[in-house]
Design a protein around this ligand. Sequence first.
Ligand code: ZN
Length: 132
Amino acid sequence: MRPSIHHIAIAVRDMDAALALYGEALGLEVSARREVPEEGVEIAFLPAGDGEIELIRPLDTANSVARFLEKRGEGLHHICLKVANLEEALERLRRAGVRTIGEPRTSAAGTRYIFLHPLSTRGVLIELYEER
Ligand code: ZN
């Protein structure tokens, strides 16, 4: 199985304004919107084909999304690719010289994920997902 786009995450400062654009103006449907206090962010999901657009807004100034906005402004934050086997994908990527940010983690929903460092992926933060 080849990787597929799971979601494309966009960092925003104003969720209502972002939803007016991506939802109403672009015509995407909002499937969920919630705050994730443990990660310090509010997120909204807008399915688009087989993948979805994820809007992320920091709830405070201490997390990495807030720092991203401060440094680079609103825009593309990361692309998430779904892979069949995370260990296999990582082995191949590490052989190709790609650096990861930490080690794979498991979400509350049981999804294993890891981020690849943008300095080794041509400037784009890439998240890899393996759904169990
Ligand atoms: Zn993500």
